[in-house]
Ligand binder design. Sequence first.
Ligand SMILES: [Zn+2]
Length: 75
Amino acid sequence: MSGIGRPHGLSMQDFFSRYGTEDQCREALFAKRWPNGFVCPKCAGSTYYIRPPKQFMCASCRHITSLTAGTVMHH
Ligand SMILES: [Zn+2]
């Protein structure tokens, strides 16, 4: 096998730990923003679609909300 010891940009472990962190972060932001569930900032509707990776679209008025809009993500 060649290539052993060659540095990789991102190992599988890194990938999964990053993805996990990102996902947990999204859930934490969601819970902080909508502790009682999603509420549309425009029409107060509670039904939404998830638009990956971090957006939510209101099912009533189709207003799109981003969890990270106006916030600073720092890890
Ligand atoms: Zn709405």
